[in-house]
Design a protein around this ligand. Structure first.
Ligand code: HEC
Length: 102
């Protein structure tokens, strides 16, 4: 193997390693949010129904995505469970959008 081809292989491996396994789609998340979440949480995350966290104030967003996703899947108080309605990747897209409301 020549030195040049070794460098090419190394850089190909490096670029693969830097590609994230999951890249959230914020635009898709925004659409899903307005369809499924905005009625209670508000289009700008202002919180409409009683007890809905105000995402624009960062409420609850100190928790990691995996914890928030679990709440969204199982439901919490008046929030209905989204298990079977949204897929994990879709919930992660919505959460990525929600984090832009702060
Ligand atoms: C019917 C109203 C309603 C809808 C629809 C709704 N939520 Fe909620 N959501 C709530 C309420 C109320 C709470 C507060 C629950 C609590 O304090 O236990 C909440 C809490 C949350 C939390 C914080 C959970 C935690 O562990 O602290 C997240 C994140 C969230 N909602 C995201 C969403 C997303 C994403 C959607 C749409 C896919 C959505 N919600 C749809 C009412 C709603």
């Amino acid at each position: 193997m020549t030195a040049m081809s070794r460098i090419l292989i190394l850089s190909a491996v490096a670029s693969l390693a830097s590609t994230p396994a999951f890249a959230a789609n914020i635009a898709a998340g925004q659409q899903l949010y307005s369809m499924h979440c905005a009625a209670c949480h508000g289009p700008r995350g202002e919180g409409v129904v009683p007890e809905a966290p105000k995402f624009r104030m960062g409420e609850r967003l100190e928790q990691p995505d995996m914890v928030l996703m679990q709440s969204v899947k199982s439901g919490k108080k008046t929030m209905p469970p989204f298990f079977g309605i949204l897929q994990d990747a879709q919930i992660l897209d919505v959460l990525a959008f929600v984090r832009t409301l702060r």
